[in-house]
Design a protein. Structure first.
Lengths: 587, 227
């Protein structure tokens, strides 16, 4: 018997709606509830990460003024801040949060293909967060090895948290990878196998494309992190020497012999570089949909955008050693990795051009999500351009391990994706809750965050050029650091604190609007993609009522000349499109 | 599944690939579970690749001489030691289990419930005996010869570290596979899949996992014991 796709057997399947509080909101197998669980957890731990950054910025801006920050917990704050932001906030929020929410809704599916595994995914993720937080409360505290956890110092005495902190950190990462794999298999399989009638791959909204590709990257890159975590756990707990060379510590030779610290760096960055794109690709996708919807124009060069996502995904696996130029490497390898790094800028630049061309002559509505989306183009271009400096071996050598690097990656994979996160939350908030957010508060949140990040990170580039090294607890009296740079450091700290405080506006807005926001209706943005065409808002269990939707067009039919409305939902067949007026977009 | 695809009147070859990927609803004409297993195995391949590449790297970076595997893994039955004899038997058993698994899948599609069940049980027994022999090998190395993860009397400490880590990780895969096979076999026997109308596809999915574990062993065997 030939295999009949599930979408065609939909009418045969009975849907059991969850009826108790626990099955509805706690052990829920509904992708929308899981998405919100993922999102809320990620944002909560992200707030912890933000508080940690405020704490260590206080030390950097006003050295030795605050007694609760000593060198040990300064390093712990820096390390855990990095870990939380990259993995537990951004990866979990984009893939677990937006992936879970948008994939079934935008593809016209009832749910993820294996809801039970999806539920396990979020709770195992919660466990990994718990282990991470627990590491602050064990003897010796959390690890302070820097988020890259380079051996040998990560597990050698002298670094904060080498007793238990590093063990819990590695354990938490391993648990996170298990959680991600259970979710990730679901996302990829759902995209490939569970679309509704008419939804071809080349009709999928770019959000789904970005999340899909990022998930594939995750499934192939996290193994390297898992392996390096296991090997380092062995080094720490069993006394093996995978990463530990023969060393002299405080005048005494260690038991370790013949290990290779560079192996860890290779494994780590084989994960670490794709990880940049695990965070960036969903942001690319989501921002494309935001720009197109709020500019009332189809995304420019949809096919190019898709192929660029795929090309970036592929190339991201062969650029990892550009993080290791100063680790010692054959010059030919340096040449190779510099070349691939610059090549990856081509599809990335192509996407930026396409976003700008989408805005070109569009009917731009500067609502809060759109503001964040446009701001993303600025910060991402900015961060991307500094990446070209760092991708070249000769320019990287003097800039490596300075604030220039910190400024670069914060612009490109910190600020930019976070701006998209905010924009996307504002954009889909009406669908998730049925109510509008407060526009004024949203604008305050946007302007303070956007200008705040610039006043924080622009001076940081300058400090980097001066040669101020990253991760130092205190600079002391150094000749290369003029007084003006010290003052700048203080002003950057003040900016960081303002940005941190601004996020309270966002949280207040989200909670207040749950009860007091205006009713939004099902499709407040007049959007074309499927999630806005659900029979109920917020969508109920099973998403689509009695019958699955049928798709007749791509997701970007905005302002098509000759049609009565300036948008045509994907579910409208060609024969039912109301005709009438010209929107003048193409004039 | 290519037979089923052509029965649908869909093109095969390169054209088939294009048709599959430009189709709505699904890219591959297979059940969800099977597609998911493929993707999982791809991810697992990266895990084992990282382990093996890491092992090769520490082997080259090690400062002490690397032990000679033919001697370390030799067994003597009364007379002279025979190099790699235990590993040869283990490999033979695991490959045989792949054969019984393939037969089980075939019997599953023929709806031969009894034969499917017994072939899966046979596969699980072969797998369990593999794990048992591995336990014997570990015991011999640890107790009799004093090999530890942090050092061994033959040479580079990384020999023991990589050996226990990689064969241990693989052994866990085999053990998990044995449990998985027994669960599926039991459900085949009590008619669980017939009631759901699932066509024993799950037997093939379990088979995919099992063949993968065997394939990985071939690489571990080649890179660890033969190199």
């Amino acid at each position: 018997m030939a295999y009949v796709s599930i979408a065609d057997r939909d009418h045969e399947v009975e849907h059991h709606d969850p009826d108790t509080f626990i099955s509805k909101y706690v052990w829920s197998q509904d992708h929308k509830v899981i998405a919100i669980q993922y999102g809320v957890l990620a944002i909560l731990i992200g707030l912890v990460g933000m508080l940690l950054s405020s704490a260590f910025r206080l030390q950097l801006g006003f050295p030795d003024m605050f007694e609760f920050i000593n060198p040990e917990n300064y390093y712990q704050f820096v390390t855990i801040h990095g870990m939380i932001m990259v993995i537990y906030l951004l990866t979990a929020l984009f893939l677990g949060g937006f992936g879970n929410y948008l994939i079934p809704l935008q593809l016209g599916s009832r749910d993820m293909v294996f809801p039970f595994m999806n539920m396990l995914s979020v709770w195992v993720y919660a466990l990994s967060v718990l282990i991470l937080v627990a590491s602050f409360f064990v003897p010796g505290g959390a690890t302070g090895a820097g988020w890259t956890l380079y051996p040998p110092h990560a597990i050698s005495p002298g670094t904060p948290g080498t007793d238990w902190g590093i063990v819990l950190m590695l354990l938490s990462l391993a648990v996170f990878i298990v959680a991600f794999t259970m979710g990730g298999l679901n996302y990829v399989t759902t995209v490939l196998q569970a679309r509704c009638k008419g939804m071809t791959l080349m009709r999928m909204p770019l959000s789904v494309w970005g999340i899909f590709m990022a998930t594939i990257l995750g499934l192939l890159a996290f193994p390297a992190l898992l392996v390096s975590a296991i090997m380092m756990l062995f080094d720490k707990l069993l006394g093996t020497s995978f990463f530990m060379p023969a060393m002299i510590q405080a005048g005494v030779a260690t038991d370790t012999v013949g290990g290779s610290p560079v192996l860890f760096q290779h494994l780590f960055w084989f994960f670490g570089h794709p990880e940049v794109y695990i965070v960036a690709l969903p942001a690319f996708g989501l921002v494309s949909d935001l720009l197109s919807t709020h500019a009332r124009k189809n995304i420019f060069g949809y096919r190019m955008m898709v192929w660029a996502i795929i090309a970036i995904g592929g190339l991201s696996f062969i650029v990892w050693a550009h993080h290791m130029y100063v680790s010692g490497m054959n010059p030919y390898f340096g040449f190779f990795f510099a070349t691939t790094t610059l090549i990856i800028a081509v599809p990335t630049a192509l996407k930026v051009y396409n976003w700008v061309l989408t805005l070109w002559q569009g009917n731009i509505h500067l609502r809060v999500p759109m503001l964040f989306a446009i701001a993303f183009i600025f910060t991402f271009t900015h961060g991307g351009l500094t990446g070209l400096f760092l991708g070249n071996v000769t320019i990287d050598l003097p800039l490596s391990d300075t604030y220039f690097v910190v400024a670069h990656f914060h612009m490109v994979m910190g600020v930019s994706p976070v701006l998209v996160v905010f924009g996307a939350i504002y954009h889909w908030y009406p669908k998730m809750t049925g109510r509008m957010y407060n526009e004024t508060l949203g604008k305050w949140h946007f302007w303070l965050t956007f200008l705040g990040t610039y006043s924080l990170y622009l001076p940081m580039h300058y400090l980097g050029f001066l040669g101020v090294p990253r991760r130092y607890f205190a600079m002391g009296n150094t000749e290369f650091m003029p007084d003006s740079a010290v003052t700048l450091n203080a002003s950057m700290t003040i900016s960081a604190l303002i940005i941190a405080a601004t996020q309270l506006i966002f949280i207040y807005n989200m909670i207040w609007s749950l009860k007091h926001g205006e009713k939004s209706g099902g499709n407040p943005w007049k959007s074309t993609s499927l999630e806005w065409q659900t029979p109920d808002t917020p969508p109920k269990h099973g998403n689509w009522g009695h019958s699955l939707p049928e798709v007749h067009r791509w997701a970007y039919d905005y302002s098509v000349p000759g049609q009565a409305e300036d948008f045509t939902p994907q579910t409208v067949p060609e024969s039912e499109v109301p005709v009438g007026r010209d929107h003048g977009v193409d004039s | 599944m290519s037979d089923a695809a052509t029965m649908d009147g869909l093109p095969g070859g390169t054209k088939g690939v294009v048709t599959d990927f430009s189709a709505d609803r699904q890219a591959f004409h297979v059940p969800w579970g099977k597609a998911m297993m493929w993707i999982f195995l791809l991810s697992d391949t990266f895990i084992f690749s990282c382990f093996l590449v890491g092992y090769m790297h520490v082997r080259m970076a090690a400062t002490d001489p690397w032990p000679f595997p033919s001697e370390v893994f030799a067994l003597s039955f009364g007379g002279d030691p025979i190099p790699l004899i235990l590993i040869a038997i283990m490999t033979f058993i695991l490959i045989t289990s792949s054969g019984t698994m393939a037969l089980a899948v075939n019997m599953g599609y023929r709806k031969n419930k009894k034969a499917t069940f017994w072939l899966m049980v046979a596969t699980a027994i072969l797998g369990a005996s593999f794990v048992g022999m591995q336990a014997f090998e570990w015991t011999k190395l640890i107790v009799d010869e004093g090999v530890r993860p942090w050092g061994n009397p033959f040479g580079a400490a990384q020999f023991g570290s990589s050996f226990f880590m990689i064969t241990g990780f693989h052994g866990m895969h085999v053990s998990a596979g044995v449990i998985y096979l027994l669960v599926v076999a039991n459900r085949v026997r009590n008619g669980f899949y017939e009631q759901r109308g699932d066509n024993y596809e799950i037997v093939e999915i379990a088979g995919l996992y099992w063949h993968f574990v065997d394939l990985v062993w071939v690489f571990i065997f080649a890179f660890f014991y033969l190199w």
